[in-house]
Design a protein around this ligand. Structure first.
Ligand code: NDP
Length: 294
C-alpha cells in the first residue's frame, strides 16, 4: 500500500482564497482592511525567507502588510518600544515577531509584550491559557494547520488515538490542546518517552514535531494511520546539495501509512495560510465583529 499524499499546498491555497474573500467582505461592508506587522530581527536567512513569504501572501490576500527589520544588535528595550507602538496602531491587527531572537533579547518578554488581541502567533500566555481552558483564543498557526490537514483525511477527529511527538510551546503542546478540543485521545511523546515506536504504533494519527530528520520510521506506524510531518530539517546529501526533509522517513513510512504530508509542501504552507486567517480573526475581534469561519 502507498499512502495518500495530503496536499498541503492545495489546502493552503484554498484557505488563502477564503481569507481573501473574507478580506474583500470586511473592506466592502465595514471599511476594515486587516493589517499584519511582521518584525524581523537580524539576518537569519531562514527567518528572512519565512518573513518574505508571509509578506507576499498577506499582500496577495488583500491585507496591509507592514515590515519592520531591525539589526541583530538591537536592544531589548528598542524592540519592546516598537511592539508598544504597533500595539497602539489601529491599522495593525496582527503582530508577528519572527523567532528566534538574538541572545540579548528575552523572547518570553517580547511574546508577553504583544497585545493578546493582536497575537496572531498565539504565543502569548493569555492565549495559551485560553486554549488550555477551551475558551476562544488566537491559537498557534502550525498546530492549526496540522488540524486542518488531519481533517482532510478524517472529517471528524472524535475518538481518534493521536500521538504528538514533541512538546514545544509553539507546536507540540498547543497541538495537543487543539486535538483534545476536537475530542481526540491524545498522547504527547518527547525525548524522554520510553519505547516511542510502541507509543506511536497505537495511533490513528501521528504528528511528528521533533526537529529530527527521519526520526519516525516505518515500524512506528500502524498500517493505514495518518502521518503529519511538521519537521523542517536542512540536510546535506552525498552530492553536497542541501535539501529540506521532515521528521518522518518519508519513503519507508509512505509504504505503510494511509495518508501522509510531504515536506516541503505539507504543514509549511498551511502555517502561513493559518497566520493570514488569524489576522482576519484578530481584525474582526478589534472591530467587535463576529469571527468568520476560516
Ligand atoms: P523544539 O526543538 O522546540 O522541540 C522539539 C521537541 O521534540 C521537544 O519537545 C523534544 O523533546 C522533542 N524531541 C526531540 N528529539 C526527540 C526524539 N529523539 N524523540 C522524541 N522527541 C524528541 O522544536 P519545535 O517544536 O519548535 O519544532 C519542531 C520541528 O518543527 C522543527 O523541525 C521545526 O523546524 C519545525 N517547525 C515547522 C513549522 C512549519 O511551519 N512547518 C513551524 C514550526 C516548527 P524534549 O522536550 O524532551 O526535549
Amino acid at each position: 500500500m502507498t499512502a495518500r499524499l495530503i496536499d498541503g499546498k492545495g489546502a493552503a491555497a484554498e484557505l488563502r482564497a477564503k481569507v481573501a474573500g473574507e478580506v474583500r467582505r470586511l473592506v466592502a461592508a465595514h471599511g476594515l482592511t486587516p493589517g499584519l506587522a511582521v518584525v524581523l530581527v537580524g539576518d537569519n536567512p531562514a527567518s528572512a525567507a519565512y518573513v518574505a513569504s508571509k509578506k507576499k501572501m498577506s499582500a496577495q490576500s488583500g491585507m496591509l502588510s507592514f515590515d519592520h527589520r531591525l539589526p541583530g544588535s538591537v536592544s531589548e528595550a528598542e524592540l519592546l518600544a516598537l511592539i508598544a507602538k504597533l500595539n497602539g496602531d489601529p491599522s495593525i491587527h496582527g503582530i508577528l515577531v519572527q523567532l528566534p531572537l538574538p541572545p540579548q533579547i528575552d523572547a518570553n518578554k517580547v511574546i508577553e509584550a504583544v497585545d493578546p488581541n493582536k497575537d496572531v502567533d498565539g504565543f502569548h500566555p493569555l492565549n495559551a491559557g485560553r486554549l488550555l481552558l477551551g475558551l476562544p483564543s488566537l491559537a498557534p498557526c502550525t498546530p492549526l494547520g496540522c488540524i486542518k490537514l488531519a481533517r482532510i483525511v478524517h472529517p471528524s477527529l472524535v475518538g481518534l488515538e493521536a500521538v504528538v511527538v514533541g512538546r514545544s510551546n509553539i507546536v507540540g503542546k498547543p497541538l495537543a490542546q487543539l486535538l483534545i478540543g476536537q475530542n481526540a485521545t491524545v498522547t504527547v511523546a518527547h525525548s524522554k518517552t520510553r519505547d516511542i515506536p510502541m507509543v506511536c504504533r497505537r495511533a490513528d494519527l501521528v504528528v511528528a514535531a521533533a526537529g529530527r530528520a527521519g526520526l519516525v520510521r516505518r515500524d512506528w506506524i500502524k498500517p493505514g494511520a495518518t502521518v503529519i510531518d511538521v519537521g523542517i530539517n536542512r540536510v546535506t546529501d552525498e552530492g553536497g546539495r542541501h535539501r529540506i526533509v521532515g521528521d518522518v522517513a518519508f519513503a519507508e513510512v509512505r509504504e505503510v501509512a494511509g495518508a501522509i504530508t510531504p515536506v516541503p509542501g505539507g504543514v509549511g504552507p498551511m502555517t502561513i495560510a493559518c497566520l493570514l486567517a488569524n489576522t482576519v480573526k484578530a481584525a474582526c475581534l478589534s472591530a467587535g465583529l463576529p469571527q468568520p469561519e476560516l
